[in-house]
Design a protein around this ligand. Structure first.
Ligand code: DO4
Ligand code: MG
Length: 284
C-alpha cells in the first residue's frame, strides 16, 4: 500500500492512496492527514476499505506529489554500510578514527537532518551549497516511524552532503548536512512491508548532466549493517517525537572522489520496492 500527499491545481494539499496499477485515489473526503494513518494499528485494513469505496480517482501522471511528511523531524543514520565507512575515512585525516569506531560501536551515528517543512519532494530542486566544492547526493532508504517509534512505512531519502566541509573537520558536519533544500523525500510512503522484505530491495542512483548519464551506482538494502529496529530504538532513547519521525538509514553508494554535483544535474534514486525520487540540482 502506498500513501502520498499531492497538490491540486488550486494549490490544496490532499492525501492519496496509490493502487497497484498506479492510479491515485483521493482520500481527502475521509482522510485529511497522514499522521492518523501512521498512528493507527489497522491502517492497512482501513486503506483496503477506502480503496473499495467510490472515492475520486486522479491520473497520477498529472498530479504534483509533495514530500510525504507533515510535522515529523527528519533524522539520519551514518556509516551504516562498509562502503560509507571506507569513503569517510579516506576523505578525512582528522575524522578517520571516529568513522572507523562508529561503524563497529554499539551506539550508531544519528544526526538531525531537517524539519518537515524544509524537505523537498520529488520533482523539486535539491540544493548544493555555494560555499562547498564537493557536493554529492546520498541515496538512502528512509524509515517512517510513528510517535511510538514503530516502523510503519518506508520512503526514499536523499541526504545531500558537502563532502569537503564534512572532511575538513567533523565539527562541521551539521553545515555539511543541514542547509536549504538538503533533504529530499518521496515519492510516497510504502506501508505494510517487513524489514526482511525491505532488505531484499535494491537502491539505484543515476545522475544525468545535459541529458547524459554521468554516474550510476547500485547497492542492496541488505548490506546495511544494523537492524532497522536497532536504529529506530536508538533514535527514540531519551527522546520523544510528538509528530513521529523519519530516519534515513545511511548511504552505500558513493560516487568517485573526482565527482561533484553541478547546478541543473538530475538525480534519480530508485528503490525497487518503493518507486523513484527525482530532483534537479539548485545552487543555494
Ligand atoms: O558522518 C558522516 C555522515 C554519514 C552519512 O550520512 C552516511 O553514511 O550516509
Ligand atoms: Mg547519509
Amino acid at each position: 500500500m502506498k500513501i502520498c500527499r499531492f497538490k491540486t491545481r488550486q494549490g490544496q494539499v490532499r492525501i492519496g492512496l496509490i493502487t497497484d496499477d498506479l492510479e491515485l485515489v483521493d482520500l481527502t473526503p475521509t482522510v485529511t492527514q497522514l499522521q492518523p494513518l501512521l498512528e493507527s494499528d489497522n491502517a492497512l485494513d482501513q486503506l483496503t476499505r477506502l480503496s473499495k469505496q467510490n472515492l475520486p480517482r486522479v491520473d497520477l501522471a498529472g498530479v504534483q506529489l509533495c514530500a510525504p511528511v507533515e510535522r515529523q523531524e527528519i533524522w539520519a543514520a551514518g556509516v551504516t554500510y562498509l562502503r560509507s565507512k571506507a569513503a569517510r575515512m579516506e576523505e578525512s585525516d582528522f575524522g578517520a578514527a571516529a568513522y572507523d569506531k562508529v561503524y563497529a560501536a554499539e551506539r550508531p551515528e544519528l544526526f538531525f537532518k531537517a524539519l518537515a517543512e524544509k524537505v523537498v519532494g520529488t520533482g523539486e530542486a535539491a540544493g548544493i551549497r555555494r560555499d562547498a566544492k564537493w557536493n554529492v547526493p546520498e541515496p538512502e532508504l528512509a524509515l517512517v516511524l510513528n510517535t511510538r517509534g514503530k516502523i510503519v512505512g518506508y520512503t526514499i531519502g536523499n541526504d545531500m552532503s558537502s563532502r569537503d566541509i564534512e572532511g575538513e573537520n567533523l565539527l562541521y558536519l551539521p553545515q555539511a548536512k543541514i542547509y536549504r533544500r538538503s533533504c529530499a523525500l518521496g515519492p510516497w510512503i510504502q506501508m505494510g512491508v517487513t524489514e526482511a522484505a525491505a532488505r531484499e530491495w535494491k537502491i539505484r542512483l543515476e545522475i544525468h548532466r545535459n541529458g547524459a548519464s554521468v554516474f550510476v551506482g547500485e547497492i542492496s538494502v541488505g548490506q546495511i549493517k544494523r537492524r532497522f529496529e536497532e536504529l529506530a530504538g536508538h533514535l527514540f532513547r531519551s527522546q520523544e517525537f510528538p509528530h513521529g519521525a523519519v530516519l534515513l538509514t545511511g548511504t552505500g553508494i558513493i560516487p568517485p572522489d573526482t565527482f561533484t554535483l553541478q547546478e541543473r544535474d538530475e538525480i534519480e534514486i530508485e528503490i525497487s520496492g518503493i518507486g523513484l525520487l527525482r530532483n534537479t540540482v539548485m545552487l543555494v
